[in-house]
Design a protein around this ligand. Sequence first.
Ligand code: TYM
Length: 326
Amino acid sequence: MKKLLTGIQPSGEITLGNLIGSIKQMVKYQDEYDSYIFVANMHAITVNQDPQTLKERAKNLVALYLACGIDPHKNTIFLQSDNPYHANLSWVLECNTYFGEAGRMTQFKDKSQKHKNFSVGLFTYPMLMAADILLYDADYIPVGIDQKQHVELTRDIALRFNKKYGPTFTIPEPIIPQNGAKITDLQEPTKKMSKSSENLKGTILVLDDIATTRKKIMSAVTDSDNLVKYDPENKPGISNLLNIYSVLTSMDIQKVEEKFKDANYGELKKNVADVVCNTLESIQTKYQEILQSNLVDEVLDQGQEKTIAIAKQKVSEVFTKVGLSR
Ligand code: TYM
């Protein structure tokens, strides 16, 4: 069975973008692949975090994975910091990555411009991500479009390492969802919807209260054409709403376009709001139930035990190959 791996940083509240671009993909593939789903909490500390909030968010994200339908019997679910081998492998990969290629990562360029004093960790972040992937010989990495460049760097590092030291790592492939690879901000529809946005008016949080969610969708920025058409370049606001509707109802984008071709923008927004609110309401109910149980800790204990055993072997193989053994 082919292996799949992916994760989310608990660096903020989880958004509809994360749900559509990432969690929905995890659920979709869980019967097809041996899936490793994790919480990238070590990536989160590349920027400043409040320790208590980070700790809570990490466990809450596991509860959210479960509430969204990720089945702990079908997936290995774990916390990145529960497995010290991620940092071990990351160091070796950093020493096999060129400064220039890491410097070309667009996310680093964007984020380093936003923070006055940014950490070295923000720069080495993609090599930790490469370690997450290569430790488990993952074949497929479902991510939104913003993470594609990091998966491509991982491929380059793995190919180079295999060439230099002999076959060691599986070369991973990104899986980018057709629709929903980039859900955009409802107020600035050319920008990615992001958990680190300063203005949350354009960001739908999966755990937001339902009335707030509806309000945010009803006040989404559109255009003045009054023509419902899927055209991301010229009509980013309307296209984003069509995209959200399409993914959450599993209806082709052309069919969605056809369904709403005579609707006005208010009607379209109301329909999108209904679908989003129904989806979130059902997730939120399950989420509260899971938080009342011990499930999160049980799942993480199992995940820790299993992933440490796999990762230990891989790191031992890598250390031996590069000469870090006695
Ligand atoms: P993160 O936490 O920024 O985002 C988690 C996942 O959600 C996707 N995503 C989106 N998809 C569509 N529309 C959006 N507006 C949107 N916003 C976010 C992201 O593409 C991502 O798939 N570095 C990663 C976490 C990570 C990882 C890994 C992922 C660490 N190691 C190994 C895969 C494999 C990150 O920061 O994702």
